[in-house]
Design a protein around this ligand. Structure first.
Ligand code: ARG
Length: 463
């Protein structure tokens, strides 16, 4: 026989060595070994149930698959490019152990539905892992809220000082983003958790398989209804890659903000030294490398999504070997985001707010101007008019290099007769923050309610 491949019957020539090297995927799809074995075990049990395997054959297959799993985990399993992928490796090891019984496992299935099933199992598990990491990070933000409860920070738009915001309001803003990330994952999980096995190569099989039984054993919520569709479907891979890219974007935004806030110029934050590195030439430097790399690695996660979208673009139905290229980008996105999340939570927990440095400069920048404008609006002055009047007051304060609260009653009266001593009740960052009253605002009562909500949702204890 010229070819000893599983598919070699029709071949009269052996595969070129260079082709083996080029087409192999076992160097990266070996991480699907446990999912492949789980899928094969469920498949074998089903085959026994419908009479395509004897109970004894099924038991032998199950036992051998378990031994192969252990061997892989112990690191004593031999991988080689000749056997292409993880599916072939496990099947060959089974045949080496069981002979003809092992040769029966591939009954009523193809590698096309097998690899899709393995990937769905892997994505499902990976979604759950990322979800746990996201919840940990949310808890780290919520845990800061009590400690930083009375701390006010400048809020920015266009990177210009805008309005005062409670530190807890900042932390909970990230909780919201991470919450949407989790709900995106949950959504993706629903469409992932569908059985593809039984689609066989593309058309289904004439053998009396029971797909519902396999779905039940593997914990899938349903069975894919169209064999042609499911053997080509990688939407779940794209969706997971997208959800990971949005998580990476959120982490990158946070990292960028904290990099700025930890600079000497801002001095809002003191990052834990264990999460920083130094410079080989400038002895005074403590650099936020972890945050920079979280931000930097986001580029690759976005690139992976792009690669996957382009990969499936224009592929005709059903399986095409191009689809083998879905794994490296997706695995890389998962590994990168998981590693970033694993560092983000302790970084959030270990960072200190530099309250004196914040307090010292908080009254600069006229962060209370909007609260003063709304004070006028409450007295019936049209918003556009009030905006102009307060703008004039800000100009006066800028000219004198003072705060709005330092202007005299006469200064205010000169601008508008409705401005009396009550203006001082909304001036100053603390008053301006307290003046907020809308749902979702940075008003202390609103933030306190949100903290309680998140503690309850994340089971943080003392809600
Ligand atoms: N290694 C392949 C992949 O990841 C498995 C499926 C191969 N199927 C085939 N007909 N050659 O896509």
């Amino acid at each position: 026989m010229a070819s000893d491949k599983a598919w070699g019957g029709v071949f009269s020539e052996a595969t070129d060595r260079r082709v083996e090297e080029f087409t192999e995927s076992v160097s990266f799809d070996r991480r699907l070994y446990a999912h492949d074995i789980a899928g094969s075990t469920a498949h074998a049990r089903m085959l026994a149930k419908v009479g395509l395997l004897s109970p004894d054959e099924c038991q032998q297959i199950e036992q051998s698959l378990e031994q192969i799993r252990q061997k892989i985990e112990q690191g004593s399993f031999q991988f080689s490019a000749e056997l292409e992928d993880i599916h072939m490796h496990i099947e060959r090891a089974l045949i080496d152990r069981l002979g003809d019984t092992g040769r029966k496992l591939h009954t009523g299935r193809s590698r096309n539905d097998q690899v899709s099933t393995d990937m769905r199992l892997w994505v499902r598990e990976s979604i759950d892992r990322i979800d746990c990491r996201l919840a940990d990070l949310q808890r780290a933000f919520v845990a800061r809220c009590d400690a930083d409860a009375d701390c006010i920070l400048p809020g920015y738009t266009h990177m210009q000082r805008a309005q005062p915001v409670l530190a807890a309001h900042y932390w909970l803003a990230y909780c919201e983003k991470l919450h949407r990330d989790r709900s995106r994952l949950a959504d993706c999980r629903r469409r992932t958790n569908v059985l593809s096995l039984g689609a066989a190569a593309l058309a289904g099989t004439s053998l009396p398989i029971d797909r519902d039984e396999v779905a039940r054993q593997l914990g899938f919520d349903g069975v894919a209804a169209n064999s042609l569709d499911v053997s080509s479907d990688r939407d779940f891979v794209l969706e997971f890659a997208f959800a990971l890219a949005v998580i990476a974007e959120h982490l990158s935004t946070w990292a960028e903000e904290w990099i700025l806030w930890s600079t000497w110029d801002f001095s809002f934050l003191k990052l834990p030294q264990a999460f920083c590195t130094g410079s080989s030439i400038m002895p005074q430097k403590v650099n936020p490398d972890v945050l920079e790399l979280i931000r930097g690695k986001t580029a690759r996660v976005i690139g992976n999504l792009q690669a996957l979208l382009v990969l499936v673009k224009g592929l005709p139905l059903a399986y095409n070997r191009d689809l083998q290229e879905d794994k490296q980008p997706l695995f890389d996105s998962f590994d990168t985001v998981e590693a970033s999340l694993a560092l983000a939570a302790p970084l959030v927990a270990g960072t200190e707010l530099n309250r004196p440095a914040v307090a010292e400069r908080l009254e600069r920048g006229h962060l209370d101007a909007t609260a003063l404008m709304e004070h006028l609006i409450r007295r019936g002055i049209p918003q556009r008019t009030a905006h102009g009047l307060i703008g004039r007051l800000v100009r006066t304060a800028l000219d004198r290099n003072v705060r709005l609260a330092d202007l005299s009653l006469d200064d205010f009266r000169e601008v508008h007769s409705e401005l009396d001593e009550s203006v001082y009740e909304v001036l100053g960052v603390e008053n301006a923050g307290k003046a907020m009253s809308s749902y979702g605002s940075t008003a202390p009562w609103a933030v306190a309610k949100q903290i309680a909500h998140w503690k309850d949702l994340l089971e943080c204890g003392d809600a």
